[in-house]
Write a protein that binds this ligand. Structure first.
Ligand code: MSP
Length: 648
């Protein structure tokens, strides 16, 4: 009989180099699921990779004066290193710059062009470069990207469009016919209410200005929109439309695309529509997990500095606490499907309480007592009433964990395993082996108690293998078991009398939380100081002509009144600029009080279009210098020149 197949994917990562603990979340969950399904004997294909095209990369490489590939290659190596440190056992790492991938994307475009699902028209819209997303004016929030709140740029160009609108009804039907397609359920409501009910506009799927991408086969001036390029990785990795599509035939449709909730729109609307247009079945499930919040935020690049109190660097976390601790925290702490908070303290408490105290203690007490009293594994002995609950829990563990994994719920799965570990610790207190050890007549009973403990530990170690990767092996080795033991070895009673038992050094040393927290804060400060100023600040911006510069009108202004805008980072200044009085909002409330601003001579950009924020009109911009740590300093003329003076 053919093994059941299981095709699981992570999103492909932007090669940003700024990865933090939140980024590891999606991939570590996928790894645990992939490992579990491999242990079930299924034919698993686990895909991850990098999303390397687009304007963002093109710009970053240009800033550094290198080619995009020269910029990306070391970052990809660093990402792979992160996955290695976290024991991520992917079967394929795809890069969107791989030749087979770009050829596949070209064939996909060609196919959609020939079927009439891609057509040429004029595009006019707002582009958010960090998100690589396009928006209509109506979708913008206060003129900014509705997803990330950053600046967008108006773009007009001749483009190719994908007939997304045509598929709106089929996508709605997909959600109702196949409720498991998009999970958790709340994401369906988001998609239907925010996008599908309003009707889908056709999607612009080519660019002429961004050349770092896949060139369209039917029009060499155009390059593929990065999201279509990126989404195609899920099938290009299997050889779709290539000479050898055997993997595609075998593994598609994917059982699961695991993604963060902010990219559900791409995976649950655009991707199924593309697949429908190609005549390819949609994946079984898209799961949009929640975020790890750091300082109350998803920790976008721009905000990382503000929350530097937390140690969020995955490389440093693994170095300090080990692979298991990081994996365990990610898989256990965040209620699945929802957001969860990351702090140094939460991390340390979780690792200490569960791994050092519960698991670490159980393992060291069990092996120490066996060695002390028997020198090797004792005989199983007679089962007494007091043993029954523990044995039943250990025997029933697999079904409970499997049930949680079937729901993709790693926190529940781990909670089940740790319930058995806690029960075993309680069993030690109930059976008091140290008292039994004092009575020679109770030697058999002592042996039976220790055997039951060792068996429970062994079963928990096997069950932990998909989730944490180092400790289970150490435990199995210390009981002379095969480290490759899988679910077939779960029957209670497998340990052999007389088997060698080795004492383990503490597998999770206990952490002195107070001391450690102080050290971590110091470390973070140090890392902050060592951090070079972000490239954006040290490298020259794109060159402009003197005529471009002349378009900006800057004048000296005098702040004659100023007040803080409630519940915001804004100050509202009244600025006298010659014979004009301007109302200006500036995001400097963290850096200046209203009183400090009054009387200051400042530089004002006076020919920006007026904008409204928080119900107040802003008619200009006060020029500030931004230090690498984000501190803002208002710029003033060196000599006392009258307000209204023009900068030239
Ligand atoms: N390149 C796109 C995906 C294209 S897939 C066809 C992308 N890349 S990413 O590098 O920005 O994100 C990779 C994964 O990290 C996403 O699943 C994202 O949700 C996840 N996370 C990034 N920050 C996160 C948290 N703070 N918490 C949890 N996961 C988050 O998006």
């Amino acid at each position: 009989m053919r093994n059941k197949k299981y095709y699981i994917t992570t999103p492909i990562y932007y090669p940003s180099g700024n990865w933090h603990i939140g980024h590891c979340y999606t991939t570590v969950i996928c790894d645990a699921l992939a490992r579990f399904h491999k242990m079930l004997g299924e034919d698993v294909f686990f895909l991850t990779g990098t999303d390397e095209h687009g304007q963002k990369i093109e710009k970053e490489a240009k800033k550094r004066g290198v080619t995009p590939m020269e910029f990306i290659d070391p970052l990809v190596a660093r990402l792979k290193d992160m996955w290695r440190l976290l024991d991520v056992s992917y079967d394929r790492f795809i890069r969107t710059t791989d030749k087979e991938h770009t050829e596949c994307v070209q064939k996909i475009y060609q196919k959609l062009y020939e079927s009439g699902d891609i057509y040429k028209a004029e595009y006019s819209g707002y582009y958010c470069t960090p998100c690589e997303s396009m928006w209509t004016e109506a979708q913008l929030v206060n003129g900014k990207c509705p997803d990330c709140g950053r600046e967008v740029a108006l773009q007009k160009e001749e483009s190719y469009f994908f007939r997304l609108g045509k598929y709106a009804d089929r996508i709605k039907k997909l959600y109702s016919d196949k409720p498991e397609f998009l999970q958790p359920k709340s994401r369906v409501n988001e998609m239907v209410n925010n996008f599908l009910n309003a009707g889908l506009q056709d999607l612009c799927v080519s660019r002429t200005t961004v050349k770092w991408g896949v060139q369209l086969p039917f029009d060499k001036n155009h390059y593929a929109y990065v999201w279509i390029d990126a989404l195609s990785n899920y099938i290009s990795a299997l050889g779709y439309l290539s000479d050898d599509d055997s993997l595609f035939q075998k593994y598609w449709p994917a059982e699961l695309h695991m993604i963060g909730k902010e990219i559900v729109r791409f995976h649950a609307i655009i991707w199924p529509a593309i697949l429908m247009a190609l005549g390819v079945p949609v994946p079984e499930q898209v799961y949009g997990h929640g975020w790890l919040l750091i300082g109350g935020d998803k920790l976008s690049k721009s905000k990382q500095d503000a929350v530097r109190k937390e140690l969020t660097d995955p490389y440093e976390l693994v170095k300090r606490y080990g692979t298991d601790a990081v994996r365990y925290f990610l898989l256990r702490e965040i209620p699945f499907g929802s957001d969860g908070e990351y702090t140094n303290e939460r991390f340390l408490n979780r690792v200490n309480a569960d791994l050092a105290n519960d698991l670490g203690n159980l393992v060291s007490r069990t092996t120490a007592m066996i060695l002390q009293n028997f020198g090797a594994m004792p005989a199983r002995g007679k089962v007494e009433e007091a043993d029954k609950e523990l044995i039943a829990m250990a025997e029933g563990l697999f079904d409970k964990v499997k049930d949680a994994v079937d729901r993709l719920n790693a926190p529940d799965a781990l909670a089940e395993i740790f319930a058995v570990i806690s029960r075993a610790n309680k069993y030690i207190d109930e059976t008091t082996p140290w008292i039994l050890a004092k009575d020679a007549g109770k030697k058999d009973r002592l042996g039976a108690v220790l055997y039951n403990l060792a068996e429970t530990v062994r079963i928990c170690a096997v069950m932990l293998k998909p989730f944490i990767t180092k400790a289970p092996e150490l435990i199995l080795k210390s009981f002379s078991c095969d480290v490759n033991d899988g679910f077939e070895s779960l029957a209670f009673g497998k340990l052999k009398e007389g088997a060698k038992v080795e004492k383990l050094p503490p597998i999770f040393p206990r952490i002195d939380i107070k001391k450690e927290l102080a050290e971590v804060e110091k470390l973070v400060e140090q890392m902050k100081e060592e951090q070079p100023a972000p490239v954006a600040e040290t490298v020259k911006k794109e060159e402009i002509t003197i005529d471009d510069f002349a378009k900006v009108e800057m004048r000296v202004g005098k702040v004659i009144a100023c007040e803080a805008v409630k519940k915001s980072k804004l100050l509202h200044e009244t600025v006298k600029v010659g014979d004009r009085t301007l109302s200006i909002l500036s995001g400097i409330a963290k850096h200046y009080t209203a009183e400090e601003m009054i009387g200051k001579k400042v530089i004002v950009v006076t020919n920006l279009p007026p904008r409204e924020m928080k119900g107040i009109l802003s008619e200009g911009m006060i020029v500030c210098a931004e230090a690498p740590d984000g501190t803002l300093s208002v710029v003033s003329p060196e000599k006392d020149v009258p307000d209204g003076s023009l900068l030239s």
